[in-house]
Design a binder for this molecule. Structure first.
Ligand code: S3P
Length: 183
């Protein structure tokens, strides 16, 4: 079994828990991330929140004023600031693993979990939330499902590089326990 504690040891000989959750928007990364981090007893972070706190600008505004390329730069920068942290669970943005060398970097740091969801379920979750999500903001309801289907095909080659794939329909508060080696 590929345990979380397989990651290299820190200077005190402890194995750090560095957990990265990846997956499409609306797949439940923040929801489950909070629950699992609290169950394991490690801090939870949300990368989008870190970017907003760090830049003082809302993600939608970064996309509007600076463009996606600048957002991806900031995203990668804030992700890699986790270099110094041990013991955390980070919910990444839907695009995080698909840009720069982010997926390789995450895998070199800790364990990466892909929350895999069907496009229909994603659309159900995103339906009322399009306005504050820059990537889907300008889509009509009819355009949403084909967009998500296509984007998932494009992105899965990154998502599937995760150490573990978890089906969102099977998740519960103990889903990560299986991967954690008990002392
Ligand atoms: C994005 C997903 C968002 C956020 C940004 C771009 C994407 O994060 O990073 O709007 O490209 O899929 P969530 O997946 O947390 O909504």
């Amino acid at each position: 079994m590929n345990n979380l504690s397989d990651t290299s040891m820190d200077k005190k000989g402890n194995s750090p828990f560095k957990i990265f959750l990846i997956g499409f928007m609306g797949s439940g990364k923040s929801h489950w991330g909070r629950i699992w981090a609290s169950k394991i007893g490690i801090p939870f972070y949300d990368l989008d929140e870190r970017i907003e706190e760090g830049s003082g600008i809302k993600i939608t505004n970064i996309f509007e004023t600076e463009g996606e390329e600048k957002f991806r730069e900031l995203e990668s920068y804030h992700l890699k600031k986790f270099d110094d942290n041990n013991n955390f669970l980070l919910a990444c943005g839907g695009g995080t693993p698909c840009f720069c060398d982010n997926i390789e970097w995450m895998k070199s740091q800790g364990k990466v979990f892909y929350l895999k969801s069907k496009p229909e379920l994603i659309v159900k979750r995103l339906f009322d939330e399009t306005t504050h999500r820059p990537v889907i903001k300008n889509l009509s309801p009819a355009e949403l499902l084909p967009f998500v289907q296509n984007k998932l095909v494009e992105r899965e080659r990154y998502y599937l590089q995760a150490h573990h794939v978890l089906n969102v329909e099977d998740l519960d508060e103990s889903s990560l326990s299986f991967f954690i080696r008990k002392p």
